[in-house]
Design a protein around this ligand. Structure first.
Ligand code: GCU
Length: 337
């Protein structure tokens, strides 16, 4: 009799476990169905997976997902999977890509008045640039993205850009005649020409092989790009002249923005701003660690003397006339900010 009871209890136990499992599976499926996102949106980033701007993008995507209760899901595609920055901007115009982080220099190709924010030797320091971007001028320029079918969300940090090359650059004479890779930007090309060098517009993902194959003698970028794209392995001289600080923008396609409710727009805007603060923290750390990695590999770091830097700066006067001739008021304001 005892044995029979035990057997019955055992069978009942097995049924109970199966029943619980079935209930759990059904509930889980229902939950997934209930929280299926209303929007699944693409976010383009051309840097590597662990780069500060990419980590900022993930932070943004996670926060938006959380704050909208899973209604808006953002898929971050890094490493230029969705195309170069200029291709991404074209696709955003039509809503094919919803979000991106791009370098201002690419946007300035479509909205030339943006150039004033990235002029050579414009900012005296990172703090100076952030005072400008976080103030009224920064807000006004975020709005200007509307003329290219975009909604500017926030500013990201990209530090200062310096030259790096296969032969040392210690003076204006050294850079003269060198073939220097620049972004796909008219202003950057003119800046390099003004120094007496020959600019080559090459897409970011191709810079390593252009340096390696000797198609160019040098390029220019910040420490984290120089390190993460492995340019330091093929261009062993890094000349600190901090010729530009090119801010970066987090953008939303207007075609997508217009479809969102006021509540969702506010969530996106807030999350973008939070992610930008997060990115700036990561940036400061990455600048240091990237520099260390490059230096430990045995590169030569050259600091331009103050006198030489003044010569580089003076060479820029024609670039200022060409790109800021009709924006002298705003230029003055930025300089004095
Ligand atoms: C920086 C910037 C990129 C840009 C690159 C370039 O790394 O973050 O967005 O593409 O410069 O020089 O092209």
């Amino acid at each position: 009799m005892k044995k029979r009871w035990k057997l019955l209890l055992g069978i009942a136990g097995i049924f109970l476990v199966i029943a619980i499992a079935v209930v759990l599976i059904i509930t889980k499926n229902r939950k997934t169905a209930e929280t299926a996102p209303e929007f699944v949106l693409l976010y383009a980033e051309n840097q590597t997976e662990d780069y500060p701007t990419t980590l900022g993008a993930y932070y943004f995507a996670d926060k938006v997902y959380e704050e909208t209760g899973g209604r808006i899901k953002i898929l971050v595609k890094y490493g230029a999977e969705l195309g170069s920055e200029s291709e991404v901007l074209q696709q955003m115009k039509y809503g094919g890509i919803a979000f991106a982080r791009v370098s201002l220099s690419q946007l300035a190709e479509h909205i030339p008045e943006m150039n004033v924010l990235q002029m050579p030797y414009l900012y005296s320091s990172s703090e100076h640039m952030w005072r400008v971007l976080e103030g009224q001028i920064g807000d006004e320029f975020l709005l200007k993205t509307g003329s290219f079918g975009l909604k500017g969300l926030s500013w990201y940090d990209a530090g200062a850009r310096n030259f790096y090359s296969t032969k040392p650059i210690r003076s204006l004479e050294d850079i003269r005649g060198m073939n220097i890779r620049v972004q796909e930007s008219a202003m950057m090309a003119d800046m390099v020409s003004a120094l007496g060098a020959v600019p080559s517009k090459i897409v970011y993902s191709e810079v390593y092989s252009a340096l390696e194959q000797g198609l160019v003698d040098g390029a220019e970028n910040n420490w984290p790009s120089y390190e993460s794209m492995k340019h330091y392995q093929v261009a062993r001289y890094y000349t600190i002249d901090e010729h530009t600080r090119v801010p970066e923008l987090q953008l939303c396609s207007s075609a997508i923005w217009d479809k969102l409710s006021a509540k969702d727009r506010k969530i996106i805007m807030d999350c973008a701003r939070d992610s930008a603060l997060y990115e700036r923290q990561l940036w400061a750390e990455r600048e240091k660690s990237s520099r260390k990695i490059a230096e430990n590999s045995g590169i030569t770091v050259i600091e331009l003397t103050a006198q030489e830097k003044a010569r580089f700066r003076e060479a820029m006067s024609e670039v200022y006339t060409k790109y800021c001739g009709d924006q002298m008021d705003i230029l003055q304001k930025i300089m004095e900010y």
